[in-house]
Write a protein that binds this ligand. Structure first.
Ligand code: B12
Length: 262
């Protein structure tokens, strides 16, 4: 008869082929049922076998490679386009649990489907509600990301888009990547009146201002903000379509050479 004794979490992690911390995260977020025995987590043999089987299915994600992320982006596209909120969130959660950096999830898995959906809307293939619904799901996914970097914060970054630009998602993406990279973030979202934005930076301890510019016709407003921020000695970086979150992190560090090491 097979051994039915509960398995200590460390042994369960080894059996699943993951680091102890990964198994611990799965227990904490409820994916892997466990009980506390003598002050330590244990998993029942039944739960462990079921979990191992689930992970072995083709949809499960183990070691996220670039190729794998492409596959997940395709599944994410399906889920976003059809408004399948639970599946979209599950794909994101699993990738994060398996160690995918927040910025890779955003750039490789969330952004390509959004671009495809934007293009399909532009080409008249889908109604605007498909795109709105997909955006709302992505907002929710981004809200559920809770990066917990260790160590001292690099400083405080203000992230916003200016008046006339309602694209809040790119600002939320930038905010999430910055948080994961040890920045404290003041996220003001989209459609920020330029003078209020400048005033905010002047009256708060802002290390760097990050402007996400998605609408191409807002150059004059953006230039106005940049000039005002530079006059008040606030470093500013600007980015938008086609720019990655690696670009963002590199530019923010370059703009603040004096404080960027946590
Ligand atoms: C969702 C969406 C909307 C939603 C936004 C909802 C929300 N909560 O954000 C709503 C419905 C409001 C919307 C409205 C409009 N939209 Co729109 N939208 C999109 C869509 C599908 C996704 C936008 C997005 O989230 N992009 C994020 C990702 C997918 O793109 P990305 O470039 O890789 O983003 C990266 C950078 O921004 C970077 N980043 C962010 N901040 C920073 C900062 C720095 C310093 C750096 C380096 C990088 C960086 O991080 C992101 C991730 O890597 C795009 C399609 C697309 N191609 O993006 C159209 C798109 C941007 N929209 C478009 C249009 C035309 C509009 C409207 C004018 C439509 C209309 N007729 O009403 C309005 C404009 C409203 C306004 N005044 O702003 C066009 C833009 C065309 C143009 N060149 O200006 C696009 C490209 C669709 C298309 N193919 O035609 N939209």
């Amino acid at each position: 008869m097979p051994n039915q004794l509960p398995v200590a979490l460390r042994a369960a992690a080894a059996e699943l082929g993951v680091h102890y911390q990964t198994a611990y995260r799965w227990v904490r977020n409820g994916r892997l049922p466990a009980t506390v025995v003598a002050g330590k987590y244990s998993v029942s043999r039944l739960d462990l076998d079921e979990f191992a089987q689930l992970r072995a299915r083709p949809t499960a994600v183990s070691a996220p490679s670039l190729q794998r992320l492409d596959g997940q982006a395709a599944r994410m596209h399906e889920a976003l386009r059809s408004g399948d909120d639970p599946t979209a969130r599950q794909i994101a959660r699993r990738l994060v649990d398996d160690g995918t950096p927040v910025k890779d999830l955003i750039v490789q898995v969330l952004s390509p489907p959004l671009r495809q959906i934007g293009q399909s809307w532009h080409d008249g293939e889908i109604s605007i509600w498909v795109e709105h619904r997909a955006s709302a799901i992505v907002e929710r996914i981004l809200g559920e990301l809770t990066p917990t970097p260790r160590g001292r914060r690099r400083g405080t970054a203000m992230v916003a888009a200016v008046s006339g630009d309602q694209h809040a998602l790119p600002t939320a993406m930038a905010a999430a990547a910055l948080r994961a990279d040890n920045w404290r973030v003041e996220h003001l979202g989209a459609d920020m009146p330029p003078d209020e934005l400048v005033e905010f930076c002047a009256t708060h301890d802002i290390t760097v201002a990050v402007l996400s510019v998605t609408n191409s016709h807002l150059e004059a407003v953006v230039q106005h903000v940049v000039t005002a921020l530079r006059e008040s000695a606030t470093p500013v970086v600007i980015g938008g379509p086609g720019r990655t979150l690696d670009d963002l992190l590199a530019e923010v560090r370059a703009a603040t050479p004096q404080i960027s090491t946590p």
